[in-house]
Design a protein around this ligand. Sequence first.
Ligand SMILES: [Zn+2]
Length: 138
Amino acid sequence: MPNDDLFCKIAAGEESAHKVYESENVIAFLDINPVNPGHILITPKKHYNDLLAADDEILQEMILVTRKVAAGIILAFDEYDAFNLKLNNGRIAGQVIPHLHWHIIPRKSGDGLTQWPGKQYGEGEAEEVAEKIKNQLA
Ligand SMILES: [Zn+2]
């Protein structure tokens, strides 16, 4: 069911985007505020709020499109030989448009994008945390 967010409008052709690839269910287009030129958004045409809401089949198609487009970016630009795949799932994680999408960010040395800071687990904490998650997956 379509929503009125920007990505539903792009999927419906009501808003324009610089599309680089489109299949029956998935579109890939330029992020309008790129970290580096060629920064791409991968999104399903059908509306899902986020990763947890999406069907298995659409996620499979999205990751295959992601690999195809990422390989194309690397081939298209001499300066890139690496990329980050980034999903902001939920508002607090930085998701701005409430329609599932993830970013392919082509990388070059000195581009200013840094990795997230890492913390340390306390004594016995890693075991507790792993157990808590495992219990929800059993
Ligand atoms: Zn939507």
